[in-house]
Design a protein around this ligand. Structure first.
Ligand code: NOJ
Length: 721
């Protein structure tokens, strides 16, 4: 349709019909649906009545349902305005790839895009028009269970990965039935809740917000994301969905966002609980005034918006603008011409779990695993006769993570399946040993596990956190291994030193003791559908670990907040970490630094950083500094290395981080091979938000380094004139 036609469609709509476009309800109101929902269900709805005017639904199962929903709606709506069908397709639909936090550890934007591409193909076949993805909240606190949904503690990584996802998912033309629209979330600073407890309030200076939280959302908006979701939390006293500064000023005016704002699940209704709205009607007013176009579930707009417009409290102009944004999105998706978009049962059959998707998922699982420790145990020898596979995840299919679709785990390759695929001849003994649930203190299986370990040539200990202990509403005040898993680890490792520990978890875990005693420690996160195959290939060296931590792992929960890009105090602790030094900034009972720092990760080969060079000693504001890093694969295996570039502003008007990642590149090298990786540094990358909250760069001396956080290997200085 032309914009003119859309406008005349709008003109012909009744007030009730306009409001309907701004209402979203659970698809479960119209179809039987086993998909999980993430909040209280909607009120008992006059479903048929509502369907006449409804604008969008969320969460359904398949193409058949998508078509039925649309057909039923179109038959009821006299304007024949198609529904928008939305869903959380976060790390895959049927083929599940590693959780976003793992993808961050891949440090590979192209790999993330490749995974998003297969999710797009599966989701469009299923009939999805909009995915609530990417989530790019800066998250630095392992207590917050939703840290698994983000890519990194570094907003630049989140912005790069988020933008890559937006571009590949939306494509050049949204009307192409294989493309779907992206909803960036959760705007803003949802990843910084007080005390790491989900949904909790955030108090933060504007300077900090603009420096460390807003850039990732902006990167996605700049990449063309068509929707954005305000976060549940109050930000400096105002819940985001009612935050006019955040939405009208920053998002729409400063960033020029012209797409659709959709509330999070019942977030409009929750304005009453949070105590900024007197009642539901007041909540609808506040959200409309802040430019929230669609109300997700709970029908606050459905029940109150028309009245607010009739009373002149919300202007018809504001209502029309919101409705037009929704109609334009439907039009961009080509829904007026093809309301079913990509929904196709045949296509579902062809793309779900197809070999190409499985192969991408496997590669992603391999390239996002982080080898934390290896004392010559890995890779295991292939001539191993007897393998003991021990731990609560030894035979589990629960290796997908919180946002995998219900039922997807039945397709997940278990560890025994993966090992048998690789080593069909080896004898494999499995023992659970104990459970992984919080509060599960049953030690009954430990003896059998120890026996199995003693009799084996190689032991794999698969421990971690149950997959639903991280994700939405899953905060923890303690981030150690749940239950008696640590006891199991101590006993098994003592019984057989040829043990490799696999960790399955969605949040950084504090495992200092495990890390001390484990001969080898491989962080797998939740690897998804191809988990078992990826693990086996990593353990036996068919794949070489190359993930780097995109978030630091703590010694203890008491270290939070623990950003890698911390600033110096006036009394930094000298000497080695761990020992307290009186009257310096340190703990009496533990180290300052993380157990494993941001950017850290081992390989089966060894990379040597030989040279860091810059093409000049000073740059002007219009110039660009050429930086080159030469490294060599000094080991015996082919491997990939992420070259990380860090910046330090030596003197500035506000304290600046002692290390700030500004760029990265992943390279692959054969044994003995040497390469030079080139970066360009411009004045823009030297900017920061000053005390007056202006984005500036200040002339003076800078340092550029490579290595990883807290372990910068080579450094050079240059000046900005
Ligand atoms: C609540 C979550 O916060 C959000 O991330 C998700 O997209 C919506 N529910 C819809 O499921």
């Amino acid at each position: 349709m032309t914009d003119h036609e859309l406008k005349s469609l709008l003109e012909g709509m009744t007030l009730e019909e306009k409001v309907g476009q701004l209402v979203q309800c659970n698809a479960g109101n119209f179809i039987s649906n086993s998909m999980g929902i993430t909040g209280p269900d909607g009120e008992a709805l006059p479903a048929e009545e509502m369907n006449r005017v409804l604008g969008s639904v969320l969460t359904f199962e398949n193409a058949e349902q998508a078509k039925a929903l649309q057909e039923k709606h179109l038959a009821a709506d006299r304007n024949r305005i198609p529904l928008l069908l939305m869903m959380d397709v976060i790390h895959g639909l049927r083929t599940t790839y590693p959780i976003p936090l793992a993808m961050g550890c891949g440090f590979d934007d192209a790999l993330t895009a490749e995974c998003a591409d297969m999710a797009r193909r599966e989701a469009s076949a299923c009939g999805v028009h909009v995915t609530f993805n990417p989530m790019v909240d800066t998250a630095r606190d392992a207590r917050w269970g939703r840290i698994m949904e983000t890519y990194s503690e570094e907003p630049m990584i989140n912005g790069r990965m988020g933008a890559a996802i937006v571009k590949i998912t939306q494509g050049k033309n949204l009307a192409d039935p294989e493309n779907i629209a992206c909803c960036v979330k959760h705007y803003a600073a949802y990843g910084a809740p007080e005390a790491g407890r989900d949904y909790n309030a955030v108090e933060m200076s504007e300077r900090q917000l603009r420096e460390s939280y807003l850039p990732a959302y902006k990167a996605c908006v700049d990449a063309g994301a068509r929707l954005i979701m305000p976060s549940f939390n109050a930000l400096n006293g105002i819940p985001s969905v009612a935050n006019q500064w955040l939405m009208n000023q920053v998002l729409r005016k400063e960033w020029g966002f012209d797409g659709v704002v959709i509330s999070d699940y019942d977030a409009v209704g929750e304005l009453v609980t949070q105590g900024v709205a007197a009642d539901a009607k007041d909540a609808a007013r506040l959200a409309m005034e802040a430019g929230c176009d669609i109300d997700m579930v709970k029908n606050i707009y459905y029940e109150h918006l028309a009245e607010l417009v009739r009373e002149g409290i919300v202007t018809e102009e504001a209502l029309n603008a919101a409705v037009m944004r929704v109609l334009r999105l439907k039009n961009e998706l080509g829904l007026f011409e093809n309301p079913y978009h990509g929904a196709s049962e045949e296509k579902e059959k062809a793309v779900y779990l197809c070999p190409a998707h499985r192969e991408t998922a496997r590669r992603a699982a391999e390239e996002t695993a982080v080898l934390l420790k290896n004392e010559g145990v890995l890779p295991f020898r292939k001539d191993v006769k007897r393998i003991a596979l021990i731990g609560p995840f030894a035979e589990s299919r629960q290796l997908n993570g919180f946002w995998s679709r219900p039922g997807a785990e039945q397709y997940t390759v278990t560890l025994p399946e993966g090992i048998r695929n690789l080593l069909p001849e080896a004898e494999l003994v499995t023992e659970k040993g104990c459970g992984a649930d919080l509060g599960d203190m049953d030690r009954g299986g430990i003896e059998a596990a120890v026996r199995a370990a003693k009799e084996a040539d190689a032991v794999i200990l698969a421990i971690g956190e149950p997959e639903y202990d991280s994700g939405e509403g899953r905060s923890r005040s303690d981030v150690t291994l749940p239950g008696v898993q640590m006891e199991l680890a101590e006993r098994v490792i003592a019984a057989n030193p040829n043990t490799a520990v696999l960790l399955f978890n969605g949040r950084p875990l504090a495992v200092p003791e495990l890390s001390r005693i484990a001969p080898a420690l491989l962080e797998m996160w939740y690897p998804g559908t191809e988990a078992g195959n990826a693990c086996a290939r990593l353990l036996w060296g068919d794949a070489n670990p190359c993930g780097k931590l995109s978030v630091g792992l703590p010694y203890s929960v008491g270290q939070y907040p623990m950003p890698y890009n911390r600033t110096n105090t006036g009394r930094p602790k000298p000497g080695p970490d761990g020992q307290p030094v009186p009257f310096t900034s340190c703990y009496l009972d533990g180290p300052n630094l993380p157990l494993y720092s941001f950017g850290y990760g081992l390989s089966y080969t060894r990379f040597e950083y030989e040279k860091l060079e810059t093409d000049r000693d000073s740059i002007g504001r219009e110039d660009c500094l050429q930086v080159s890093v030469t490294l060599r694969n000094a080991g015996e295996r082919r491997g990939k290395e992420t070259v990380q570039l860090y910046l330090r502003d030596r003197v500035a008007s506000v304290v600046r981080p002692i290390q700030q990642l500004i760029d990265y590149q992943k390279v692959e090298l054969a044994p003995g091979e040497r390469t030079t990786v080139r970066f360009r540094v411009t004045e823009k990358q030297l900017r920061f938000w000053n005390f007056a909250c202006r984005e500036v760069s200040e002339p003076g001396e800078f340092e550029i380094s490579c290595g990883w956080a807290d372990h910068l290997l080579l450094t050079r200085r240059f000046e900005l004139k």
